[in-house]
Write a protein that binds this ligand. Structure first.
Ligand code: NAD
Ligand code: MLT
Length: 540
């Protein structure tokens, strides 16, 4: 039974779902770090985190049990995605559950900063009635600049428009038309935005591009007296530059919910007039926490019980319908990968997959991953699945090329796989009969029709009479039953191939005896899963 560990406090509604989920056990173990965390993670198939726990490469290292990590929230910067991907662990998040709460918090900070709410209240409770000291500024008719027009940026824009603000935005991945529909005027760069805005807010992830996006140089370009808000991620604003900007009077206010280092209880900004700050509360509403907890629990339950992948940040989504429609072809591609791994010799340099006919319209990227998973599965001493296989190929410098052609040939669908090594190339093609019958229909130049399951003996020979009978006699003598047999040849009397499906692995003596026969050139045993037997990632 899959086990789930909840590593950060999670709203009760999410825990209730885990409780009710049939076939899932869960434990709540918060505050874990270092060795204790590493050890705990080896006992669970799934983990749910918020932003507190840090799932570093170190704590994930060597984990062979964990299959999925769900971030109940948006940012996955507390999870080492590369390390998780490397281990074949799916990482999913709940992207939309806290959008509105965070957008509202952005507006709350803007208003609090513009109207001196926090210091005014403080002075009031200290016994003063300071009506002059806390003169504020109005939002209406001011210009708000938004960097990052994703979910939260767009929700902030809609609310700012309700406050009658002019909204300028910059996001290279959002079209001008979409922005226009939302009442946002777009600019070509952050630099173009700066001199125009009275308020600036950022809603991007923290990436190498957005780290220190606003530093001393950008602050110098701002309209004097501008006010800055950050409810996205600490580090997008250079905090030292903010301090200087506030000291010099270049900027009139700073409102922060997030910090370069968290928790942050000590900053030169704290206590400065014009600064308002909260301890990462953007998503801290009952609604947002309930949303992300419920969605997070659902994502994990669906993945662990049905193989559904939604909102993955490190692999392609895979819903039950897609999986059901693709499973047969995933199986063909995966078995071709296993076949190539056992048949091709030399150091692998690249592979080429051609998808012909109806299969060309399916998700061929996933099919390529399935082929690659078969190719690498037995070569590596670590789990290989569709999550980590692309990375594993990259690390090995193996290039996987993909071609599609909707033109049908002899089969309504065909997957042709060719691998190239420093010693030559190997080609095999497979197809699907019905929904689940996987067939090998081409090996090199030979056409045939063989079962792609169980123990195969693939042998090449000259097309002369008596070969098949001799092979049958040898295996009979060694007590190996032949379940199926397929043959193929280029032309009568030329080179030929035979593929036997055996009921068990033949002893080496049987192979040696076979190879000692005149006219037989090669014989290789290939082990494949039995018909219908599939790896966990394909079952769902
Ligand atoms: P999103 O993915 O919907 O939007 C991010 C947007 O940033 C995208 O449209 C992307 O195109 C844009 N972007 C990326 N790089 C950019 C760049 N260099 N310049 C301009 N735009 C760029 O994400 P979201 O849900 O809107 O979340 C935004 C941020 O808010 C994330 O960092 C998230 O972690 C954070 N967040 C914080 C809280 C909180 O509690 N304070 C809560 C939720 C989300
Ligand atoms: C997020 O990325 O979802 C927010 O930072 C909120 C949180 O950490 O819970």
């Amino acid at each position: 039974m899959p086990r789930v560990i909840v590593l950060d406090p999670l709203a009760q509604q999410g825990l209730d779902l885990l409780d009710e989920a049939e076939g899932i056990e869960y434990d709540v173990r918060t505050g874990l770090k270092g060795d204790e965390l590493r050890e705990a993670l080896t006992q669970y198939e799934g983990a749910i985190v918020r932003s507190g726990v840090k799932l570093t490469a170190d704590v994930l290292e060597g984990n062979r049990r964990l299959k999925a990590i769900v971030r109940a929230g948006v940012g996955t910067d507390n999870i080492d995605l590369k390390a998780a991907t490397r281990l074949g662990i799916v990482v999913m998040n709940t992207p939309a559950g806290n959008t509105l709460s965070t957008a509202e918090h952005t507006l709350a900070l803007m208003l609090a900063m513009a109207r001196n709410i926090a210091p005014a209240y403080q002075s009031l409770i200290e016994g003063r009635w300071d009506r002059k000291k806390y003169m504020g500024t109005q939002l209406a008719d001011k210009t708000l600049g938004i960097v990052g027009l994703g979910r939260i940026g767009q929700a902030v824009a809609a609310r700012a428009r309700a406050f009658e603000m002019r909204v300028l935005g910059y996001d290279p991945f959002v079209s001008t038309e979409r922005a226009k529909e939302l009442g946002i005027e777009t600019v070509a760069s952050v630099d173009d935005l700066l001199p125009e805005v009275d308020f600036l807010t950022v809603h991007t992830p923290l990436t190498s591009e957005t780290r220190s996006l606003i530093g001393a140089k950008q602050i110098a370009r701002l309209k004097p007296g501008a006010r800055l808000i950050n409810c996205a991620r600490g580090g997008i604003y250079d905090e030292a530059a903010l301090v200087e900007g506030m000291k010099s009077g270049r900027i009139a206010g700073v409102a922060l919910d997030v910090y370069s280092e968290e928790p942050c209880t000590d900053s030169p900004l704290f206590g400065m007039p014009g600064v308002v700050a909260t301890p990462h509360l953007g998503a801290s509403t009952e609604e947002a926490q309930s949303n992300v907890a419920v969605e997070g629990a659902q994502l994990l339950i669906e993945y662990l019980t049905r193989g559904t992948i939604r909102h993955a940040v490190n692999t392609t989504p895979l819903d039950p319908k897609t999986l059901a429609g693709l499973r047969g072809f995933l199986d063909v591609a995966y078995r071709l990968g296993l076949l190539h791994a056992q048949m091709s010799s030399g150091a692998l340099e690249r592979c080429r997959l051609l998808f012909r006919g109806e299969v060309a319209q399916k998700d061929t990227r996933l099919l390529c991953s399935a082929f690659a998973a078969g190719l690498l599965e037995h070569a590596l001493d670590e789990p290989v699945n569709i999550v980590n296989v692309q990375l594993l190929l990259e690390e090995r410098g193996i290039c996987l090329e993909e071609q599609t052609s909707t033109e049908k040939g002899d089969f309504s669908s065909l997957i042709v796989a060719e691998s190239y090594t420093d010693e030559g190339s190997y080609l095999a093609a497979g197809t699907l009969f019905g929904n689940s019958l996987v067939r090998l229909v081409r090996v090199g130049p030979y056409r045939l029709e063989a079962y792609l399951d169980g123990t195969l003996l693939i042998f090449t020979h000259e097309d002369v009479p008596g070969i098949i009978g001799n092979v049958g006699t040898i295996f009979g003598r060694h007590g190996v039953n032949i379940a199926q047999m397929a043959v193929g040849r280029e032309r009568a009397g030329g080179d030929a191939i035979g593929v036997l499906n055996l009921d068990g692995r033949p002893p080496q003596e049987a192979i040696d005896e076979m190879l000692a026969q005149p006219h037989i050139r090669s014989a290789t045993v290939v082990e494949l899963p039995a018909a219908g037997e599939r790896p966990a990632w394909m079952v769902g």
